[in-house]
Design a protein around this ligand. Sequence first.
Ligand SMILES: Cc1cc2nc3c(=O)[nH]c(=O)nc-3n(C[C@H](O)[C@H](O)[C@H](O)COP(=O)(O)O)c2cc1C
Length: 356
Amino acid sequence: MAEPTPAPRATEARKSRHLDICLKEDVASKLETGFGGVRLRHEVLPEFALEDVETATTFLGRRLGIPLVISSMTGGTQRARDINRNLAAAAEASGAALGLGSQKAAIENPALLATYRVRDLAPNVTLFANIGAVSLNYGISIDDLRAAVDAIDANGLYLHLNPLQEALQTNGDTNFRGLLPKIAALCRSLDVPVIAKSVGSGLSVSSAARLLEAGVAALDVAGAGGTSWARVEGRRSRDPRREELAETFAGWGYPTVEATLAVRAAFPAVPLVASGGVRSGVDIAKALALGADLAGVGLPLLEPATHSGEATCAALEQLVAGLRIAMFASGCRTIETLPEALYRGNEAIETSEPAT
Ligand SMILES: Cc1cc2nc3c(=O)[nH]c(=O)nc-3n(C[C@H](O)[C@H](O)[C@H](O)COP(=O)(O)O)c2cc1C
C-alpha cells in the first residue's frame, strides 16, 4: 500500500494543481462583479492632456506608482518561484504592490522559502506576505508569521479568510472556532500592518467591523465575480459528487461592486482594496470611483507570469493604459478625484465639472 503523502508535500502538490486548474479550466464565478452596471462620467472637455494623468497614490503610508495590487497567488513550488519573480519584476517596473501566495508551504518546509523571495528583483515594491487566518488554529504561531514576514522582507501581511474553500476541500481546515482573538493578538504582535481579505467571495460589513475591531489595518473585499474558489476546489477534487457540491456554490458570495460600496459606506476612512474579477483598466477606474484606494488583479496576470517578466509587464501596461484613458475621458487627472466621476444619471450630466 502506498504511504500517505506527508503534509508539507501535500501542500506543495495542492498549490501546483491550483495553478493548473486556474490556468486551464473555467473557474469563473457565476455571479457578475457589478462593474458592468457602474458608469463613469464622460468628459469631452477634460482641460488637460492624456500625458498629464497621474496614477501615483499612497496606501498604508507607502507610495505606489499605480493604484493596483497584484492579488496573492502562489509560492511553494519551482514553477511558483518563477511566477513570483515575473510578477515581482512587473510590479517593480510599474509601481504596483505585490501580494505573494500563502506561505503555509514554506512554514511547513523552510526549504521552499526561496520560492517566495523576490526582494532582490523588487527593491521598491510594497510587498505583502500571505497566510490563511485559519492556520492559526492548525499549529501556525504568531512567531511563525513574524518569521514569514521577515523572511521575505514584506511590508505587510495579507490574512485570507476562506471558510467556503476549506469546507469544499477533502480534509480542509474547517475549524474556524475562536479565530478573532488570535487575529487580534497577531495584529498587536506584528510590526507590519495586517490586511484581511476574502478569496473571491467578498466581505460583509459585519465581518469587516469585527476584523477592524481586532486591529486589522486594511481590508480587501476580494469579491465574487472573478475566480471562484468553490469551482477551483471542485475541479481539484476529481470526485464527481464533490465537484457537483462545489458547483452549487459557484454563485456564492458578495459581488465585488456591492461589497466595495457597502464596506466603504460603513467605514469611510479604512484603507480598502477592491478585487475579485477586476479585468481591465476601466474596472480599476470604476473600483476607485466606488471608493476603493486600490484595485487588485489576480488570475489575468497568472498566465503571462508563467512566461516572462516582459509578458507580465505588458499585461500590466495594458491595464494601466486603460486606467489612464478612463481617467482622461472622465476628466480625472489624479486618482483622488475619481470618486467625483461616478455617474448617477442625467442629474450628473447637467451638473458635473471636470475634477482637475
Ligand atoms: C492561482 C491562484 C492562487 C491563489 N492563491 C491564493 C493564496 O495563496 N492566498 C490568497 O489570499 N488568495 C489566493 N488566491 C485568490 C486571489 O488572491 C484573489 O482573491 C482571487 O483570485 C480573486 O481575484 P481574481 O478574480 O482577480 O482572480 C489565489 C488565486 C489564484 C488565481
